[in-house]
Design a protein around this ligand. Structure first.
Ligand code: AP5
Ligand code: ZN
Length: 216
């Protein structure tokens, strides 16, 4: 099964992607996670991506597309994948479509996580990530037992640089301008299914699985 997850920054794409991918036994491919791993690893790709990510801008399409092409070409993605954070604009979506056509395949469904802006701002303001294992927490909605410490591994929690208030506002603007048009693009392709992404995490996963089941 080939799935794309779309939604504004902080909609819960990363949170839901891990559960959905594990239910469907397909790899979760998150462009944001790949970029962040490159930033931490100090690679050339990471150095380039960081300049854009810190401002909340999109990394240039040619860089992002080359990275996704390589990742989708890997063995574990042959039978299916869940894309989180890609495509992010209509040109990326058109190239993804062509890429899959070259490989004799296509997307099955695009799942949109629907959340309003106030909720997104609350979610991003309280997000903390574990420096050691990468687990994502929320100071209010999913707090660790001891403030600043990951329950899963004891690692230190940190706030993403792009979750500062001003950068969040900029990212929301970029979403409205560049990413929101994807919704109508995929609706016109007959691939779009939207779900309410507010409420408890497990309930949202259930809604997502109900939407995906007919395509599995
Ligand atoms: P990326 O990492 O993709 O950022 P994003 O789309 O802004 O999404 P986020 O990771 O911020 O949020 P999310 O929806 O995954 O929410 P989460 O599950 O963490 O991209 C970062 C940057 O990389 C971009 O700005 C760009 O520069 C670059 N980039 C990436 N892809 C690119 C591309 N294709 N092209 C060009 N550039 C690209 O949840 C958020 C918080 O809410 C967490 O604390 C979580 O615990 C909490 N939460 C989750 N669900 C719930 C719930 N149901 N109730 C309460 N709290 C919840
Ligand atoms: Zn941890």
């Amino acid at each position: 099964m080939r799935v794309v997850l779309v939604g504004p920054p902080g909609a819960g794409k990363g949170t839901q992607a891990q559960f959905i991918a594990s239910h469907l036994s397909i790899p979760k491919i998150s462009t944001g996670d790949i970029f962040r791993a490159n930033v931490s690893g100090g690679t050339e790709l990471g150095k380039l991506a960081k300049q854009y990510m810190d401002r909340g801008d999109l990394v240039p399409d040619e860089v992002t597309i080359a990275m996704v092409r390589d990742r989708l070409g890997e063995e574990d993605a042959r039978e299916g994948f869940l894309l989180d954070g890609f495509p992010r604009n209509v040109p990326q979506a058109e190239i993804l479509k062509k890429m899959l056509e070259e490989w004799g395949t296509k997307l099955d469904i695009v799942l949109e996580l629907i959340v309003d802006n106030d909720e997104v701002v609350r979610r991003l303001a309280g997000r903390r990530t574990c420096r050691s294992c990468g687990k994502v927490w929320h100071m209010v909605f999913d707090p660790p037992t001891v403030e600043g410490v990951c329950d899963a591994c004891g690692g230190e929690l940190f706030q993403r640089d792009d979750d500062r208030e001003e950068t969040v506002r900029h990212r929301l603007g970029v979403y409205e301008r560049d990413t929101a048009p994807l919704i109508s693009f995929y609706a016109s392709e007959g691939l779009l299914v939207g779900i309410d992404a507010t409420g408890p995490v497990e309930e949202i996963t259930e809604r997502a699985m109900d939407a995906l089941r007919p395509f599995a």
